[in-house]
Design a protein around this ligand. Structure first.
Ligand code: GDP
Ligand code: MN
Length: 389
């Protein structure tokens, strides 16, 4: 789950990282009032969960409360990379001398968090990483020991910070580590961390991504989820405890088990098809869950066939078959389906489905081939229909 800049910076602030004074506003009138309270030049910042807001015109300076109001009005009407701006952060404007990059993420290769820093921070950090990779410093953090003082000092030295900033930089680096660690984040980033004209370090931008699997430990963060960036169907799936990810293809997949779902997608591709989604209904899925899964798959207008791949363990094949049939009565659809059942009572289950005129399969290859063929048949008959007109 991504956090907004203002949310991330509040967390940073709680960990001793200096952040600009400021507050978030939902309306231009509020923006004006905050600017009045601050009594300085302000920066009006769109709060949307995409990068590059500055380059998109979503970050602008305002000299007076009136200008802040006017600018907020304009920014609140914007869409940035397809996302509507619903909030603006009004921060005291910083007088920036230098922009530094500082971030932490997980490094899978070393199986450790890695702190990255660069003297060339700011809006072009991706460009720096590409053109001058030596300008990005990396320090690996032992998760049990945390970030050590000497590591923070090494970074400060390597990004050419003058010695009088080392102490404060160390505090910021440790604060970032503590924020990352205590929130179960997979990313915590300050870009830019600036040196102001009066020689202070200040976190001007902030970004955090929280590990979804750890969200249950952070009930206070869960309500901060911004649903704008998520597919409606994915929100619906979460309600029923289904893991659903929409993809670009046209063969819907309804599978029990994440590994099985991955394999199903692979085999569909092997037979020349394109999966429309990843969907794991989990173990011991109830009829209600299966029905929700069907509705979610069918809500995708690209769907032309559905492959159901169920491994019967504790759930018996005949139960699954009866479940599918009763759900089919509820969710009426013309979309062709192929059911593959294996495991306990698979034979009985397949017989029940075959008796109800459902297309069945024993092997996964057979199922994928049939699902891909079902689409091909539909396409051919569409061509024939057209030709006959
Ligand atoms: P991003 O484009 O989404 O990463 O948004 P940032 O918050 O990082 O802002 C982009 C750029 O705008 C920064 O790199 C700064 O150069 C500039 N900027 C942001 N806040 C201020 C500010 O308070 N004062 C000044 N002068 N520039 C700012
Ligand atoms: Mn930034």
């Amino acid at each position: 789950m991504k956090l907004h800049e203002y949310q991330s910076k509040l967390i940073f602030g709680e960990h001793g990282i200096p952040i600009p004074r400021g507050r978030v506003a939902m309306t231009a009138a509020e923006a004006k009032q905050i600017a009045e309270e601050l009594g300085t030049q302000v920066v009006v910042k769109s709060q949307v969960l995409v990068g590059g807001r500055g380059k998109a015109g979503g970050i602008r300076l305002a000299k007076s409360p009136e200008e802040a109001e006017e600018t907020a009005t304009q920014i609140l009407r914007m869409k940035i990379k397809g996302l509507p701006v619903r909030k603006v952060l009004i921060d005291e404007a910083a007088n920036i001398d230098k922009e530094i990059y500082l971030g932490i993420t997980n490094d899978r290769a070393s199986k450790k968090p890695v702190m990255m820093a660069s003297s060339e921070g700011g809006v072009d950090i991706e460009e720096v990483a590409r053109m001058m990779p030596e300008k990005i410093i990396r320090v690996y953090i032992d998760p049990l020991l945390g970030l050590r003082d000497y590591q923070a000092r090494d970074i400060a030295m390597d990004i050419d910070l003058s010695r009088d900033h080392w102490r404060n930089f160390g505090q910021i680096a440790k604060g970032l580590w503590n924020a990352y660690q205590s929130c179960d984040a997979t990313l915590a980033e300050i870009n830019p961390l600036v040196i102001t004209a009066d020689d202070q370090l200040l976190a001007v931008d902030g970004k955090m991504v929280i590990d979804d699997n750890a969200l249950f430990r952070h009930p206070n963060l869960i309500d901060k989820r911004d649903l704008d960036i998520e597919e409606q169907a994915e929100i619906e799936a979460r309600k029923y405890g289904l893991s659903y990810i929409k993809l670009e293809g046209n063969i819907g997949c309804l599978v029990n088990g994440a590994g099985l779902a991955m394999t199903t997608m692979d085999i569909i591709k092997l037979y020349g098809g394109e999966p429309a989604n990843f969907l794991d209904i989990g173990g011991g899925a109830s009829a209600e869950k299966v029905a929700a899964a069907f509705r979610i798959i069918l809500s995708d207008p690209n769907i032309q066939a559905i492959l159901i791949n169920i491994f019967g363990g504790i759930t018996r094949g005949d139960e699954v078959a009866n479940g599918i049939l009763s759900v089919m009565e509820e969710v009426k659809t013309q979309v062709p389906m192929v059911v593959r059942l294996v495991g306990t009572n698979a034979k009985e289950g397949l017989q029940i489905l075959a008796d109800a005129n459902m297309s069945t399969a024993v092997t996964l290859a057979d199922a994928a081939e049939k699902a891909v063929a079902a689409i091909a048949v539909k396409e051919v008959s569409a061509v024939v229909r057209k030709a006959n007109k």
